[in-house]
Write a protein that binds this ligand. Structure first.
Ligand code: ADP
Ligand code: MG
Length: 140
């Protein structure tokens, strides 16, 4: 199995409810290591660039508004098959479909305010990690 890195974002609905520590505990107990972490407030420009692949989707404007509505925690997670593994720890996009015990099943408020982001492929993970972090910021 390969050691991978993936980008995680703890979204504004979760930071608002002071859930950063509880989410980090699920990440760590799920076997992933938090090797970089920063709390930021996204601007519309940053949110729009980050979610650029969703530009044509009906929810794009609302999603960008939501991502700017409070602080977020951007993180790099490392571990065996980290990209797929984190998607499992997160659960399905819609919390109504998320498996019990997943972050989204436990904490998400809605399909939009679903507490966390995780990269969905090796290509996107590389792009998304370098969107927020330089190599010197990541300490494995
Ligand atoms: P995921 O975050 O599970 O990879 P997507 O990449 O499809 O999901 O969507 C990105 C984000 O856009 C979701 O995490 C969620 O915040 C929001 N989103 C997705 N689908 C919808 C929807 N139908 N209505 C509102 N927001 C949505
Ligand atoms: Mg996605």
């Amino acid at each position: 199995m390969a050691i991978e890195r993936t980008l995680s974002i703890i979204k504004p609905d979760a930071t608002r409810r002071n859930l950063t520590g509880k989410i980090n505990a699920l990440i760590e107990s799920g076997g992933l290591r938090i090797v970089a972490q920063r709390r930021i407030r996204m601007t519309h420009d940053i949110a729009g660039k980050f979610y650029g692949v969703h530009r044509e989707r009906s929810f794009f404007g609302s999603l960008c508004e939501f991502m700017c509505s409070g602080p977020v925690v951007v993180q790099v997670l490392e571990g065996e098959n980290a990209i797929l593994r984190y998607r499992e720890i997160m659960g399905a996009t819609n919390p109504a479909n998320a498996a019990p015990g997943t972050i989204r099943a436990q904490f998400a408020e809605s399909i939009e305010a679903n507490s966390v982001h995780g990269s969905d492929s090796p290509e996107n993970a590389a792009t998304e990690v370098s969107f927020f972090f330089g190599e010197v910021d990541i300490v494995g």
